[in-house]
Design a protein around this ligand. Structure first.
Ligand code: AMP
Length: 484
C-alpha cells in the first residue's frame, strides 16, 4: 500500500515558497528553476501562472516542481514575460488540487494570480463575514480570503485593492501577485516571512530566499521591507509603504531550520548563523566527548560550529538516504522496526566505543531524537549527549509553520531532564534564547521589544490569534486548519 512517509509526518513541515518574475521571455522556465531552489519550503504541490500581457496561463499540480514542470511541453504552455509560482506544504487548507497556489481570480480590473507564504490569523473570522455577504469560496486556504477582499474592494487600481484587502487581514504573509501587466510583492508589516528582491539585467525577481535568485543568475538587490508593497511594471519598480510602521519581527526559525543554509536572510548568512548557534551551544553546555556528529542534514552547520568551538573532531556518524520520498511501500509488521533506517543509518566506524555529541536543530515531538539516540547506542556509542540548536519548542506556530498542537510538543509536556530521559540521552541541552539572539547578531533578546518572532519558544505572539481566541475557527476548523 502506498502511504505518506510516517517519518515526515512526525515532523513539522516546511511552509511555502514563492517566486515572481517580470520582464523575461523565459519567465515560466525561470520560475520553475526558482521553485526548484525553494523546494525545501514545500514538497506537496507546485504551481505557476504566467501572463503574456493579454491572457493568463496556469499549471498546478500535486508533487514536486520537477514532477510538474520538468517537461518543455508544460513550460511551452506557460508563455509570457511575467510569471508567479508557489511551492506548498499545507499549513492551512486541505490537501487537494483546488488549494494549490497561485490562486487566480478574474476581477473588475482583470486577472490576478496570488502566491502566499505565511498564515493569516483572522482568516476564519473574515471568511465567515464574507460568506454571510454572499462570497462563495472555492478553496479552503486562508489565502482565498485575500482574493475575495480584493474583489469587493471599492478602490479602482489593482494595487489599491490589494492594499485595501491586506489592511483587513492579520498574520504573516509574503505575497507575490501577478496582474496582466504588473508584478506585485508584499511583506506583512512585521516581516515575519522572508521575501527578497533580485535583478538580472532588466528582469526583476521576487523570491522567498536568495538561493532562488542564485539559480536564475540574478543579483540580490535587497529584502522587501516589512510592510512594503513593491509594484513592478514596464516603467520599473515602485515602492509603497501603506501600513503603519511596526518593529520588525522576522521568524527566527527561518534561521534555525527553514531556510536553505546558502541563503542570505535579512543580510545575514543562514549558514553562518547556524554555525554560531553551534558555537554558543558549545560554550553554554559543553561536555567531554570524543566526537561531534550532526543529525543530517539540518544539524550539520550547528554541529560544525560546535565542534570548532569545543575543539572536538567533527564526523559524519549518521548518513542520510536522500532518496526517501514522500511515499514509500509501507513495511509489513515483521519489518516495521527496520523503518528507522529508511532515512538515517549509523556510520558504525565513527561511533563505536566513543562518547558522542549529537547535534540537531530542534525537538518537536521527540520522535527523531528518540530514534537517533537509540540508533547511535546500538552502533556502540559509549555515551550519547544530545545538543539542540534552538530553545525548547513549547508553543505552536500560527504564522505559517506547520507545527502540531501544543499538547504534542515534547517541550510543552516535559522539562529538559524529562526529555533527556524520554529520548534516552545521557545529557540533553538546548541553546538559550540569548545564545540564539547572539548568534543572529544581537547582544541579547530585548524582552520589551523582541527583535524576532520567537513565539514557538516564548509564546510571545506578535500578531493577535483572532481565530483561536474568538472561537470563530470552530465552525470550519476541520476544513481550514489541517496541518496545524
Ligand atoms: P521531532 O522528530 O518531531 O522531534 O521533530 C524534530 C526533527 O524534525 C528535527 O530533526 C528537525 O530537523 C526536523 N524538523 C524541524 N522542523 C521541521 C519542519 N518544519 N519540517 C520538517 N522537519 C522539521
Amino acid at each position: 500500500m502506498l502511504t505518506t512517509n510516517p517519518f515526515d509526518d512526525d515532523h513539522l513541515h516546511e511552509e511555502c515558497g514563492v517566486f515572481g518574475i517580470f520582464g523575461h521571455s523565459g519567465a515560466a522556465s525561470l520560475t520553475a528553476l526558482g521553485l526548484h531552489a525553494l523546494q525545501h519550503r514545500g514538497q506537496e504541490a507546485a504551481g505557476i501562472v504566467s501572463s503574456d500581457g493579454d491572457m493568463f496561463h496556469s499549471h498546478r499540480g500535486m508533487g514536486h516542481v520537477g514532477d510538474n514542470f520538468g517537461s518543455e511541453a508544460v513550460i511551452k504552455r506557460l508563455p509570457g514575460t511575467a510569471a508567479v509560482g508557489h511551492v506548498r506544504y499545507s499549513t492551512t487548507g486541505e490537501t487537494m488540487l483546488r488549494n494549490v497556489q497561485p490562486l487566480f481570480g478574474d476581477f473588475e480590473f482583470g486577472g490576478l494570480a496570488i502566491g502566499h507564504n505565511g498564515n493569516l490569523t483572522n482568516a476564519l473570522t473574515i471568511r465567515k463575514q464574507l460568506v454571510r455577504r454572499g462570497c462563495l469560496f472555492q478553496s479552503t486556504t486562508d489565502t482565498e480570503v485575500i482574493v475575495h477582499l480584493i474583489a469587493i474592494s471599492l478602490y479602482s487600481t489593482v494595487e489599491d485593492r490589494v492594499i485595501d484587502a491586506l489592511r483587513q487581514v492579520e498574520g504573516a504573509y509574503s505575497l507575490v501577485a501577478l496582474a496582466t501587466n504588473a508584478l506585485i510583492g508584499v511583506r506583512d508589516p512585521l516581516g515575519i516571512r522572508p521575501l527578497v528582491l533580485g535583478r538580472r539585467g532588466d528582469t526583476w525577481i521576487l523570491a522567498s530566499e536568495t538561493c532562488a535568485l542564485d539559480i536564475v543568475g540574478a543579483d540580490v538587490v535587497r529584502d522587501v521591507e516589512p510592510g512594503e508593497v513593491v509594484v513592478i511594471n514596464d516603467t520599473g519598480l515602485r515602492s509603497i509603504k501603506p501600513f503603519a510602521k511596526l518593529r520588525r519581527r522576522f521568524c527566527i526559525f527561518e534561521h534555525i531550520y527553514f531556510a536553505r543554509p546558502d541563503s542570505i536572510m535579512e543580510g545575514t548568512s543562514v549558514y553562518e548563523v547556524r554555525k554560531r548557534i553551534g558555537a554558543e551551544l558549545a560554550k553554554e553546555s559543553g561536555v567531554d566527548a570524543d566526537v561531534v556528529i550532526p543529525v543530517p542534514d539540518s544539524g550539520v552547520p550547528a554541529a560544525l560550529g560546535y565542534a570548532v568551538a569545543a575543539g572536538i573532531p567533527f564526523e559524519l556518524g549518521i548518513i542520510r538516504n536522500h532518496y526517501v520520498g514522500r511515499t514509500f511501500i509501507e513495511p509489513t509488521d515483521s519489518i516495521r522496526h527496520l523503518g528507522v533506517k529508511l532515512k538515517h543509518n549509523a556510520n558504525r566506524a565513527q561511533i563505536e566505543g566513543k562518547r558522542v555529541i549529537l547535534v540537531d536543530d530542534s525537538i518537536v515531538r521527540g520522535t527523531t531524537s528518540t530514534k537517533i539516540v537509540e540508533m547511535v547506542r546500538q552502533a556502540g556509542a559509549a555515551e550519547v549527549h544530545m545538543r539542540i540548536s534552538s530553545p525548547p519548542t513549547t508553543h505552536s506556530c500560527f504564522y505559517g509553520i506547520d507545527t502540531p498542537e501544543r499538547e504534542k510538543l515534547l517541550a510543552y509536556r516535559l522539562d529538559v531532564a524529562g526529555m533527556a530521559k524520554l529520548i534516552g540521552a545521557d545529557s540533553l541541552a538546548f541553546v538559550s534564547l540569548d545564545g540564539l539572539y547572539r548568534a543572529v547578531g544581537e547582544t541579547a533578546r530585548d524582552s520589551r521589544y523582541p527583535q524576532f518572532c520567537d513565539a514557538c519558544f516564548t509564546g510571545d505572539y506578535p500578531v493577535p490569534l483572532t481565530d483561536q481566541e474568538g472561537g470563530e475557527g470552530q465552525l470550519s476548523l476541520t476544513l481550514l486548519t489541517e496541518g496545524h
